[in-house]
Write a protein that binds this ligand. Structure first.
Ligand code: RTP
Ligand code: MG
Length: 161
């Protein structure tokens, strides 16, 4: 039986505000506000800058793609902000808030989403979000090596009921 605003399907996801959006404080603030408005609990938050190697490692799955070089370059071009977010159905819900990867598609199909509002190009598209529980686990460890997902859920999940 669940009574709180978070159900038993409490989930963690990894969200990033990318360098294009962090470069503009009002945009970063608006994205942060979207996180709060959507009842995500901010479990961890930190600002960081990637070296090119971090970028290459994080996006290794895209290494053959035509946009890989500019993606890697962009993601190591300046500060970004990483969050661990908790919510019911957090992974899907955060991706819904971001909207489609491609900014012009986002503007047509879902003009209220983050990428439609603030995205510049298909690469400089403001935000990242894990796309599955497996990615969330990997990406949370990538950004927050000391954070133990299973331990956190075991300890905190009952408090969210
Ligand atoms: P993400 O992995 O960051 O959540 O993004 P996604 O699933 O929506 O998109 P994906 O296809 O996995 O691409 C990863 C990131 O690469 C950049 N990208 N640039 N045509 C392009 O220039 C292009 N296509 C993708 C974006 O920054 C995208 O988020
Ligand atoms: Mg992806």
């Amino acid at each position: 039986q669940t009574t709180g605003r978070l159900s038993k399907a409490l989930q963690l996801t990894l969200a990033v505000i990318k360098p294009d959006a962090i470069a503009h404080p009002l945009i970063a603030e608006a994205i942060h506000q979207t996180i709060l408005d959507n009842n995500f609990v901010i479990v961890r938050c930190k600002d960081l800058v990637w070296k090119r190697q971090d970028s290459e490692r994080f996006y290794a799955e895209h290494s053959g793609r035509f946009f890989y070089q500019r993606l890697v370059e962009f993601m190591s071009s300046g500060p970004m902000r990483a969050y661990i977010l908790a919510r019911e159905d957090a992974i899907r819900h955060w991706r819904d808030q971001m909207g489609p990867t491609k900014v012009f598609q986002a503007r047509y199909t879902s003009p209220a989403c983050i990428r439609a509002r603030f995205g510049l190009t298909d690469t400089r598209n403001t935000t990242h979000g894990s796309d599955s529980p497996e990615s969330a686990q990997r990406e949370i460890s990538f950004f927050f090596p000391d954070f133990n997902v299973d331990q956190w859920l075991k300890k905190e999940e009952p408090l969210f009921r």
